[in-house]
Ligand binder design. Structure first.
Ligand code: SF4
Length: 357
């Protein structure tokens, strides 16, 4: 038995051929599911009665269940999915002026152990399957039915390190971007990594965009904040970034979490432009979102603006990421698989003055 949402068109054709079925059935099935939005076999009326009766014996259309939906006052939506074995993952829809970006999770927990990250507090518990990743997209799109908005962009910046689960992540991208799938442009898909250098070629081979979670300008600091740096230090990481730009002629987004008194100094700000010299890029500054038990603090607004000013004066393209969904714990670095250990959710109907820096 296979799950339909785990398969690309060629994989489904091969599977049907193995079962002695006509390959053109694959096209019909993809059309029903991804174009017509139909997953009830009895409603797929152009399939023969015999094929419809047999189908449940070798193909399931099961999707991960949405166990909770939280809507923020700012339009951000967080969905909690049941991914089996008593585990859940979170997916976030983030609106901006002309976009609706879905932030997908690739793992439950994460082995990268970045010290500022809520997810990184849990060890890796499970790598999600292709159908669980595609399923987040399908189910999130369903929650938008009847609303005047649709998903325009994907970022793999939810729970987990996508390059630690390459096969499922890139298979999902194949399905979502294919013309027989959701036909989303590959230029609207971004894979974000903490810096697993040996797998970064998969990003340029898939012709999608790259974001790198940088978060420090010096190895000594990055070694502490992001242990992955001990294996692949800044010099090696940035050489691979240059290779990405050469291969794709594309630029890179560097994410930089500002941790008070750890990564937010003037010295750090002055070092960054030197470090990133020769790499077409922009730097997203993310003032740290504090979470229960976090050892780091959020810098004040002035400190963040000063950091940005130094980068801008050095000619760097940079923006301060607006914090979205903070009232529903959907902001960057706040995702986890359980609600345990969190303070009471804020009243989502009440606008908060503390949503942006
Ligand atoms: S920031 Fe990303 S890579 Fe680092 S621990 Fe969190 S989920 Fe894993």
């Amino acid at each position: 038995m296979k799950n339909f949402f785990s398969l690309t068109m060629p994989q489904l054709k091969d599977y049907l051929a193995e079962l002695g079925k006509e390959k053109f059935r694959a096209q019909q099935l993809f059309r029903w599911v991804y174009v017509q939005g139909e997953t009830e076999i009895e409603n797929m009326t152009n399939l023969s009665k015999k094929f419809r009766e047999e189908l449940p014996n070798y193909l399931t259309f099961e999707l991960p269940k949405v166990v909770e939906q939280l809507d923020s006052v700012d339009g951000t939506r967080k969905l909690l999915f049941d991914v089996g074995d008593n585990m859940t993952v979170e997916t976030v829809l983030i609106p901006s002026e002309d976009r609706l970006t879905i932030c997908l999770s690739s793992e439950v927990g994460c082995n990268m152990a970045c010290r500022f990250c809520y997810t990184g507090k849990q060890k890796l518990k499970k790598r999600l399957s292709t159908e669980q990743i595609v399923g987040q997209y399908v189910q999130a799109a369903k929650t938008l039915e009847g609303e005047d908005r649709r998903i325009t962009n994907i970022v793999f910046m939810g729970m987990g390190e996508p390059l630690d689960n390459c096969d499922a992540v890139f298979n999902s991208i194949e399905i979502i971007t294919a013309d027989y799938g959701f036909n989303l442009s590959r230029k609207r898909v971004t894979v974000s990594t903490s810096g697993i250098v040996p797998e970064m070629h998969r990003v340029w081979e898939a012709k999608v965009r790259l974001a790198v979670s940088l978060n420090a300008a010096y190895d000594e600091i990055r070694n502490v904040v992001m242990p992955v740096n001990r294996r692949w230090p800044l010099e090696v990481l940035l050489e691979t970034c240059k290779e990405f730009c050469a291969q794709t002629k594309d630029s890179i987004t560097f994410e930089y979490v500002l941790l008070k008194d750890v990564t937010d100094s003037l010295e750090d700000a002055r070092k960054l432009p030197k470090l990133l010299k020769g790499i077409p890029c922009k730097v997203n500054l993310i003032p740290f979102n504090e979470h229960p038990g976090s050892e780091y603090k959020r810098p004040n607004r002035q400190r963040v603006l000063t950091f940005q000013k130094v980068l801008m004066e050095a000619g760097m393209q940079t923006l301060i990421r607006r914090t979205m969904g903070r009232d529903i714990y959907a902001a960057c670095g706040q995702l986890t698989s359980k609600f345990e250990g969190r303070p009471e959710m804020m009243d989502m109907k009440k606008p908060s003055n503390d949503l942006h820096i």
